[in-house]
Design a protein around this ligand. Sequence first.
Ligand code: ATP
Length: 427
Amino acid sequence: MLIGIDDTDSREGMCTTYLGALLMEELRQYGSIIELPVLVRLNPTIPYKTRGNACVGINIDTSCPDKVIEHVISRVSTMAALDCDMTNPGVVFVQDDEYESVRDTLGIFFQRAVREVISIEEAKSFIEKTGLKSKGFKNGRGLIGALAACGSMLNPGWDHTFEYLAYRQREKWGTPRNVDKESFFRADSTTYPETWDTIDVYNELVVCVPHSPDPVLYGIRGKDPEVVKRTAEKLSTEPLGRSCVYCTNQGTDMHLIPVDSISKIKEMQSYIVSGIVSGDPFTIPGGHTIFSISDKSGASIECAAFEPTKNFRSLVRKLVQGDIVKIYGSFMNKSLNIEKMEIVSLAPLVASHNPECPSCRKRMESAGKGQGYRCRKCGTKSSVLVQVEMKRDIEPGIYEVPPCARRHLAKPLVRFKDPSVKIFPSR
Ligand code: ATP
């Protein structure tokens, strides 16, 4: 039986992945858990997400499904942050004999939940039509993620990575985390690039330890379950309450929709789109760097490297009109929030100089408004400025924001394998 769970946490505490880890231990009394649980990240632009728009899924082989259902619903009702207005848990169960009838439709639902916006009514009507067992709490919004989690387990084969999530002991929740930061740098140096986003080298930060009051102590992301566990074993931290390795769509770019025209871009979706830089980059108060791109459809769009993207903004500021770029990012509040950028080609950057005197080899001076240039020494005159092509100090290739600004779903460049493009990972 598949179990999908979503929307149990609030900004003040809890985390749906924690509930997943706990259930992984408790549900063993009813049968055997098949494979790793899934941690699926959904559309990152959804405004009512608590943090990273995650849902979780567990696959259990059981002869007593009713007991499992009762246990899961009881755990969600006692552990979810139900007092929080924004918390609307949902749980969905798909039993073995229902797999075939819902496999395809739930697979599509999962894909759409990662890329589009789905209404609560659509989720409820899907459940009504299919007769799947479920429980929605309050407005039931969590049913959307719970269905998506089941859809992901019914349709394996999507690009995936792994995360080892370490959780704090209950009594420590909400207190400062006790971790030896140096041990994270040391552990990372032994397993990068098979693990990633543990630390941010350029900004000298440990990025895998959250600062919110939730139960997570840290999360190690990587290419297989063994390497994430091995990295975790090297860390010095406060004692763990529990831990769990999840199979996840994090780091896969599953949210990005390739489009061939800027005119197809809609709010609250994420894209890969090409264009020509049509407005020079500028930085606004707050440190966000903005520029525009346009394409042959005549449409143009504003692209933004926000302040949290730190050193990535200095790359963006080097773009000039005429450069051709491919942007990877989410379109929200009328701007494309850059996660990665491929510089496809660079426009020539031309600077103008006063001409040089052919006899004295000295730079001429202006002879007055509209009167050309004159050599101060010998009086030779010229009417034309000299155009010089400047060297660009960026090169074509693909660049990414640093780990401290990485979206959960964004595929880090260490996972890119395209030999036709030069790859500039953030370290
Ligand atoms: P949690 O740890 O509780 O999962 P979170 O940051 O992952 O925290 P949620 O609290 O789950 O965010 O809130 C996100 C809500 O948005 C959930 O109710 C989920 O069902 C819903 N949701 C997710 N994806 C979509 C989507 N594509 N369209 C509409 N609603 C969505």
